[in-house]
Design a protein around this ligand. Sequence first.
Ligand code: URA
Length: 247
Amino acid sequence: MQIRLDKFLADAGIGTRREVKSIIKKKAVTVNGDCVVKPETKVDPDTDEVSVNGSSVSPRGTVTYLLHKPAGYVCATEDSRFPTVMELVPRGRDLFPVGRLDKDTEGLLLITNDGAMAHRMLSPRSHVDKTYLAVLDRPAEEKYAVLFEKGVEIGDDTPTLPAKFEICDMRHPALEYLPEEYRINLNPGQAVLLTIHEGRYHQVKRMFQAVGREVIYLKRVSFGQLVLPLSLKKGEAVLCQPDLQSS
Ligand code: URA
């Protein structure tokens, strides 16, 4: 059955009817590869391929944004004290953040209305990798690789699961993610990458505390198969379709 394009996009959670009309008029929407500017255009949700800004919109009615979370925002749907990450994506029905980053942590955050996908991404059984770029108060030591691989005590019932640690040399591509003020003042050994597949409270900060270092800057640069695009500015979001199959 064919339905109007603006209804299709609103039902998919892209925004309110008024918001999606404006998105369509801005020439951001294609149907089977052709740009469409009329909200009343009829589409068949079963056969037509609808995309917004190049990202395909799921006919299942689910929507997922990949947000470059800036510091200062909390990962909650509502908060009485601080701005929430929900303010950074178009309003849509039933959207929620997939897991949490601390208020002062930046980086890749998914916001979705797809409960099943969120569960798969967060379930400890799925072992989905999360990679963080951290700047430490003092240079890291090579031995952390062995310690984190074994697991460290961070004050919970069990030690952390094996994690992968790498010190970034001064030409490491990941340093591109650092804000200017950290990049220009960086000492060798101070920037590190840590890949974990758990999601304990303050986990990265507590793992470095356990080896005598303080995290002074933290950014998530990947989550499963998804990598934070270098071109995505802080506070910007793009539609995406997390695909666990290949992770
Ligand atoms: N680990 C932390 O310590 N903070 C985060 O925000 C995410 C992982």
